[in-house]
Design a protein around this ligand. Structure first.
Ligand code: IPE
Ligand code: IPE
Ligand code: MG
Length: 247
């Protein structure tokens, strides 16, 4: 089915997920299949990012969270890390104006202190430039690890309790959620992982408690509009029970 036909079907099927999260995986394998160096796989994955952002706007998704670089990814060879950081800067440079015009609010979530100064500046620029936008929030998770995020939230809670601004009995689920990077976002309704891997890889462990999972065999550089729309249709056919009995 073509992308416009899939979009029509989505509109007929009812509510779209408010928040879609994607583990963008398979760039390296895409490159290897073509006997290309891995960084070219990452470069090719940039056009998938562009397409998925446009498709999210078309479908009416409110929040798109993309896992671009994990804390564990710092253990990759320096040439690959450098290539990924340059691509981040290039993406921001090339896309910032379009994103701004399309009504996209861009944020970079993770331990951004670890990024090189040039990358940090690019991040600060696009964050500021698009801060007023509300059509779509694009969360780019970079240097992100979910366990570290939870530890950071727990440390903040401990500090506030010690300072006397928070009482132990006020520490509940909402108190933790409010201290995560995603504090102002609803939990993801749909998580997509590309390249067929069936694991979470330390992404949004807290927030994914009741998220629907969609594993796509497609490698990230080949993932486009139609693949996103198919994942949304798959989501629309799920029966979300949240532990209750079916209605
Ligand atoms: C995903 O592609 C991008 C990042 C993790 C940065 P990979 O680089 O993990 O590609 P594979 O899994 O080796 O194919
Ligand atoms: C997860 O992919 C991280 C990102 C997509 C940024 P990885 O390729 O790093 O995950 P593993 O190593 O296969 O679990
Ligand atoms: Mg991978």
């Amino acid at each position: 089915m073509t992308a416009p036909a899939l979009l029509d079907q989505i509109r007929e099927s009812g509510a779209v997920p408010r928040h879609v999260a994607i583990i963008m995986d398979g760039n390296g394998r895409w490159a290897r299949e073509r006997m290309l160096p891995r960084p070219l796989g990452h470069r090719s994955g940039m056009k998938s990012v562009r397409e998925v952002v446009e498709a999210s706007l078309e479908a009416g998704i409110e929040v798109l969270s993309l896992f671009a670089f994990s804390q564990e990814n710092w253990q990759r060879p320096p040439v690959e890390i450098n290539a990924l950081m340059s691509l981040l800067e290039e993406y921001i440079q090339k896309e910032a104006d379009d994103l701004e015009e399309q009504g996209v609010r861009v944020r970079v979530l993770g331990e951004t202190e670890r990024l090189a100064p040039a990358a940090r500046e690019a991040v600060a620029r696009v964050t500021q430039q698009t801060a007023h936008n509300r059509k779509l929030t694009l969360n780019l998770f970079i240097s992100y690890g979910s366990r570290a995020e939870i530890v950071r939230a727990a440390r903040r809670v401990a500090e506030e309790v010690q300072a006397g601004t928070l009482r132990p009995e006020q520490v509940d689920e909402a108190a933790i959620s409010a201290r995560l990077y995603t504090a102002d976002c609803p939990d993801p309704d749909l998580l997509i992982r590309t390249s067929g891997e069936q694991r979470i890889s330390n992404f949004l462990l807290w927030q994914l408690a009741y998220t629907e999972l969609h594993i796509s065999p497609v490698l990230w550089p080949d993932f486009g509009r139609s693949n996103l729309f198919e994942a949304i249709l798959d989501y629309q056919n799920r029966d979300r029970r949240f532990g209750r009995v079916p209605v």
